[in-house]
Ligand binder design. Sequence first.
Ligand SMILES: [Mn+2]
Length: 436
Amino acid sequence: MKQERLGRIDAAIQRALANAISTQLTDPRLGFTTVTRVETAADLKTAKVYVSVIGDRHAARLTLDALTHAAGFLRGELGHAVDLRHTPELLFIEDRSTEKAIEMSKTLAQLAAAPEVPTAEQVVAFLQHWDSFVFVSHVKPDGDTLGAGLALGLALRAQGKTVAYFQQDPVPRNLRFLADTDKVSRDIPQALVDHALWVFCDMSDAGRAGEYLPEIPRERILVIDHHLGNTCFGAVNYILTEECSTGTCVLHLLKAMQAKITPEIATCLLTTIMTDTGGFMHSNTTASVLALSAELIEAGAQKEEITNQIFANKRFAATRLVGDALRTARLEDDGAYCWSVVDEAMFALYGADSEDTEEIIGHLRAVEGVEVAALFKVFPDGVRVSLRSSGRINVQAAAARLDGGGHFRAAGLTFVGPIEEAITAVREALRAEGLS
Ligand SMILES: [Mn+2]
């Protein structure tokens, strides 16, 4: 109640002062002034009056002098205009946030006018308006979503900016060697929730960040991604669909910033590349990806460490689970379709979990003659299905038939129903996309 009443007083004072300043004051030092906000003390003895002034620092100083000089007069005017038992003393303070907002809206207008994707320089100009950043990675984080955010975060921290990392899930065991992963958390200080720029890495839509994500207005969102079909949910969307990883998009920004690529940053970025190219095996491993990787190794990226942590760091439980899934795999459609099933009984038997299933599908896809591989993971709430294609059949289109999504060569869906029905439905969807 009290708070509400003070809010009404603040608004009344703001209106009265805005009116008095524009109509009563004739001081030549006064520039184009806006009263942006008033904060009256609970005892009504003083009120802080925030004003923004168009022009340079000098213009602002002169205006503040003029207002302070006229404070007694303005207080008298206030006494007439606002019915208070005590008219507060006025303290004028320059509000630079409006000036910043104007500069930022100019940058945004330029970006909106730009064709399709903004340039790295434009994104860097936008970044430079902010003092604090929160990097967001998606649920079930991988080396790309996390490595991309960490790399840009490390570079901005080196410039003295405040940086935090939001991630709903814990950092996977095999990514904890990356710098700054001890700062990743689902709890972000309120001041950063209210004021920081939130940078989403490797996400087509904000929902991929999970249900713990605080509500952030679009104006404070930057999206950096390389997925086709990104929903562009940010004020600025740096979406480069030709890039192999979100990390290489970040590398273009770091170059535009002329940031120093430290060994820690280089290791984060090479991790994004090695994760999203399957250790330089996938078809997205172009000449420029290899050239960028060479640059990163020159800069001190620890390639051996990445290889060991990501590709040779399997738990024994995972290896036994993989063995069981491969032993029971089925080959159908004249050897073009290979699939297998894992369930909670198998997880329990080996002490494994869903994280340990990652490599199974790669083995199924690698069988001679296989065009599509599928892994069915049975959970109490439904069957999660991963699909991989060797390049002829569009598994994204097949997944979309069952409300799933993904890429041409890698896609997924969740089927609510018994496993037998899931197997039939997925087979039919794949045949509709050309599996025979
Ligand atoms: Mn990615």
